[in-house]
Design a protein around this ligand. Structure first.
Ligand code: ADP
Ligand code: MG
Ligand code: MG
Length: 204
């Protein structure tokens, strides 16, 4: 398995395609328990990101992910921009000057992203946020020798769906208290798409 600049670009481009396809769906999820802009925020931010990264030839993963992070932070308002932006900035530091990453290096970079998300947003598993997808996924990948695309997709879907049962403790949805129960968290849904896109890179 190779994870180099080409694979990283494919990941981001695939994710952007899924975000554009699911823009209305993500908006509907956020209309139920937030302010209804998650689809728009993500669609705008990742389209800008793809425009940026396809206009530059990158030598290494660190500089590619740095541009992803910086574009998201600059272009997306709301919680999700700084959060996804931080995730990619942390990955870029972990992969500084690396042309390629093996599974261990890639997973360590994603673990650094998760740390960054938790430090920035102060959310824990169970708070009904994107962390409810990220943390179990990173734990699963950390304990895997190889990236198993099918298992990765199934697990992230399951964790995304489980947020429906939870009461929100962080983000706008927390204002609803118990009324947030019964709805999938929008950021968990976009994070599911992020990991499905990563799985697709490893499917070939
Ligand atoms: P906003 O809530 O500012 O309108 P978005 O709608 O784009 O921003 O993103 C909302 C998503 O961001 C939520 O569904 C949740 O997954 C995630 N989120 C919000 N606050 C936090 C936090 N403190 N930690 C982790 N994720 C969070
Ligand atoms: Mg919102
Ligand atoms: Mg908003």
């Amino acid at each position: 398995m190779t994870f180099g600049v080409e694979q990283a670009e494919k990941w981001i481009i695939t994710f952007n395609d899924k975000i554009q396809e699911n823009k209305e769906y993500l908006t509907e999820l956020d209309q139920a328990i937030g302010d209804g802009d998650h689809g728009l925020n993500m669609a705008r931010g990742f389209q800008e990101t793809v425009n940026k990264i396809t206009s530059v030839n990158y030598d290494d993963l660190g500089s590619l992910f740095k541009d992803v992070g910086m574009t998201l932070i600059a272009k997306v308002g709301g919680a999700s921009g700084p959060l996804y932006g931080t995730a990619f900035m942390k990955a870029s530091l972990a992969l500084k000057d690396k042309k390629k990453a093996d599974v261990k290096e890639l997973v360590e970079a994603l673990a650094a992203s998760l740390d960054g998300l938790k430090t920035r947003g102060k959310a824990q598993v169970g708070d009904k946020t994107m962390i409810d997808v990220w943390e179990p996924v990173i734990e699963f990948l950390t304990n895997s020798e190889t990236i198993q695309p099918k298992e990765l997709s199934v697990l992230s879907k399951e964790k995304m769906e489980y947020t429906k049962e939870l009461e929100a403790k962080k983000g706008r949805a927390a204002y609803l208290g118990k009324r947030s129960i019964g709805h999938i968290d929008p950021g968990a849904a976009s994070s599911y798409l992020l990991f499905v896109s990563l799985a697709e890179v490893f499917t070939g």
